[in-house]
Design a protein around this ligand. Structure first.
Ligand SMILES: C=C(O[C@H]1C=CC=C(C(=O)O)[C@@H]1O)C(=O)O
Length: 372
């Protein structure tokens, strides 16, 4: 399907007020869309369903799904033009937002020093006025600007309109192969060849890796942890570790998700205490920010390599279930003529409140750079 036809179909779906998702996976050149045929609100009950899942931060039992069986699946190429790229990002945050966030960071540091927990991720929401928001135009900009991110636009008339370009994979599962990313620690990308990380960032990222490995142990037979590396995500750099594992047979996906989500990259350590702190102290509802989204139980068939011998193998190609979930970061919700941008950061004992505020300002630019 040409990209023109592809986006026309999505445009019509949106005008008809019907649910859809359009997305581009990291470093890929294809775009996919799922268009739901009715406007029913479906939830996953146990993560065995097939479709595109959209889960909130707080309660995975409220995960919305666009089920494959009631949707049309479209595919195209990212050959559409990179229109109206915004050069100067909007600056809309104000002093009262800054004061509030700094106070929240100070309270977090105090709680850590008092031994309540080791790390917590605190966040804020910032509203930006837009003239006539065009979600598909914003999606196209996200696709072109953030090639290594998972870029998406998700809409349900009974839930809302969300867009984002996240650098973080929550988990990928294909058959028994499992992989997960521990991403944390942030600094601004300054085009220098030698990047230096402070102990604060190294520690906050290590917390994420250690948590994931501990939580995974009951579900996997073997696992391997990669070295820590620096990755670029738009105007930012992060620290990343990959954990690859083999799942034990017959492990319910819901058990794995429940034990991992939300990771200390978006919540804290220990999980329960920091989740309560976040819910009690952030003065807004995160909704789907720091939740997760992506393909749930899709079917993939390993493509046989070309050659005569493989013609026989084709008959034996076994379809595998594939799940690819991403953490909903660097995202926004569009409500009427406002974009609500969500940003947060990991706080540890040595966090400097002013620097933590600045980090959320850098992160908000990822979204502000595609708005006009
Ligand atoms: C919570 C966010 O980022 C997480 C992912 C990468 C780096 C992070 C950090 O350095 O704090 C956060 O853990 C966000 O972008 O809103």
């Amino acid at each position: 399907m040409t990209s023109n036809e592809f986006f026309k179909r999505i445009e019509t779906q949106y005008q008809n007020n019907l649910p859809f998702v359009v997305y581009r996976k990291p470093n890929e050149t294809s775009v996919f869309a799922m268009l739901q045929k009715d406007d029913k609100l479906h939830f996953t009950s146990n993560f065995t369903e097939k479709g595109f899942v959209f889960s909130p931060f707080e309660n995975i039992n409220e995960s919305v799904i666009i089920p494959t069986e009631v949707s049309e699946y479209l595919e195209s190429e990212t050959d559409f033009p990179d229109l109206n790229v915004v050069e100067n990002s909007i600056d809309s945050s104000n002093t009262s937002e800054e004061n509030h966030h700094i106070k929240l960071v100070e309270k977090s540091v105090k709680a850590i020093k008092n031994g309540a927990f080791k790390k917590v991720v605190v966040s804020r929401a910032e509203a930006i006025k837009l003239d006539e928001p065009n979600p598909l135009l914003i999606f196209k900009r996200l696709v072109h600007k953030y090639k290594s991110a998972f870029a998406y636009c998700w809409f349900h008339p009974k839930v809302g309109l969300w867009l984002g370009a996240t650098p973080e994979t929550l988990m990928k599962i294909e058959g028994a192969n499992f992989s997960i990313m521990a991403l944390a620690g942030t600094q601004e990308y300054k085009r220098v060849s030698k990047v230096v990380w402070q102990d604060k960032e190294k520690e906050e990222q290590q917390f994420v890796t250690d948590f994931i490995v501990e939580q995974l142990k009951p579900w996997v037979s073997t696992y391997k942890i990669s070295d820590v590396e620096t990755v670029k995500a738009g105007n930012l750099l992060h620290l990343k570790t990959m954990i690859n594992a083999r799942l034990k047979p017959e492990i319910p996906l819901k058990n794995i998700i429940e034990s991992i989500h939300p990771t200390p990259a978006v919540c804290g350590l220990p999980k329960a205490e920091t989740k309560t702190f976040i819910l009690e102290n952030e003065n807004y509802n995160r909704e789907f920010y720091t939740g997760f989204l992506g393909e749930l139980n899709f079917e993939t068939i390993a493509k046989p390599r070309s050659g005569r011998r493989n013609i026989e193998n084709r008959a034996y190609a076994i379809p595998k279930k594939s799940t690819q979930l991403y953490v909903n970061l660097r995202c926004m919700q569009i409500q009427n003529n406002n974009a609500i941008v969500y940003v947060g950061g990991g706080i540890t004992e040595t966090s400097v409140p002013e620097n933590e505020w600045q980090e959320t300002v850098f992160k908000s630019k990822v979204i502000k750079n595609v708005l006009s």
